[in-house]
Design a protein around this ligand. Structure first.
Ligand code: FE
Length: 303
């Protein structure tokens, strides 16, 4: 067994998106090969409706999948094909934009005015960029929740983990999307298949992740339970951790426990031509998408 090294840790950066929604972006619009097959990860957590109520009005997507996971508040969704939906706390929407959708996503806070959720973009390979659009709306209750003897809780949104399989039917990136909570002080070793590219996103509490390679920049170094490993303390304040290759990660929760997403997938390794919410392989395909938007043929009518 080999522990994955930590390639990089980084705080999500404040960003304004949609019609003026304040969110934090962990990655996106920089080097698309960095976390291939994933392109972008946004954390929309706000305490005040003024910071999110304008939402994400009508916009197109083509060539990707967008995955929305709501923790509190709701997101109302509708598209130009007539699909509508409402995501509540714990729900997931896995949208395969494929050949093209026009949609709007409007967050609404909980009774306290709070909103919290995540949106991940997964790339599609050339063979599926123009596939028929598809929605998978998953209710919270359909998501398997595994409770380990030590109190650790894992929600399996997609992929197989500890003998359970998430309800989302993956397309190309063979993704695994886990929501993991670990009680204070508890140490876990979590397997990740070697072919996957993986990242964690810590959003509550803190944890120390073992670092097999201990590159420069290690924040904290100490012995854990007699093992000589280098660990990094991660505050829960919106921290991305990018892992290198190996077949497991080791994490020890801090004094208040930790909650993080652990997301991995098979790299697609194709050229990326990216313009806003449209991600294709070539510039020519981007120009085609712009042309389709202009002449009204972007969204194919439903059959
Ligand atoms: Fe969108």
């Amino acid at each position: 067994m080999s522990i994955r090294p930590i390639l990089e840790t980084r705080h999500a950066q404040p960003t304004l998106e949609g019609a003026g929604v304040k969110l934090h972006r962990a990655f996106g619009f920089a080097d698309p090969s960095e976390l291939d097959p994933f392109l972008l990860f946004d954390d929309f957590r706000n305490e005040s409706p003024a910071d999110f109520a304008k939402g994400f009005p009508w916009h197109p997507h083509r060539g990707i999948e967008t995955i929305t996971y709501v923790l509190s508040g709701t997101v109302e969704h509708s598209d130009s094909l007539g699909n509508t939906g409402r995501l509540g706390a714990g729900d997931v929407q896995w949208m395969t934009a494929g050949s093209g959708i026009m949609h709007q996503e409007m967050p609404q806070g909980d009774p306290n005015g709070q909103m919290h959720g995540f949106q991940l973009w997964a790339n599609l390979p050339a063979s599926l960029k123009m596939t028929t659009p598809r929605y998978q709306d998953i209710n919270s209750g359909e998501i398997p929740q595994i409770i380990d003897d030590d109190g650790a809780v894992v929600r399996v949104i997609i992929g197989a983990f500890w003998g359970r399989t998430g309800p989302v039917d993956g397309i190309a990136a063979d993704p695994q999307y886990l929501d993991i909570s670990i009680p204070p002080g508890v140490k876990k070793t979590l397997p990740i298949d070697t072919y996957r590219r993986a990242f964690a996103y810590v959003f509550e509490g803190s944890a120390a992740f073992a670092d097999a390679s201990a590159p420069a920049g290690v924040l904290l170094e100490k012995e854990v339970a007699g093992e000589e490993v280098n660990i990094r303390d991660m505050s829960g304040n919106r921290t991305l951790i990018r892992f290198g290759s190996g077949d497991e990660i080791t994490v020890q929760a801090g004094a208040d426990g930790v909650r993080f997403l652990l997301i991995s997938g098979a790299p697609i390794q194709e050229p990326v031509a990216w313009h806003g919410p449209i991600v294709m392989n070539t510039r020519q395909e981007l120009l085609q998408a712009m042309n389709d938007l202009r002449n009204g043929s972007f969204v194919r009518p439903a059959h």
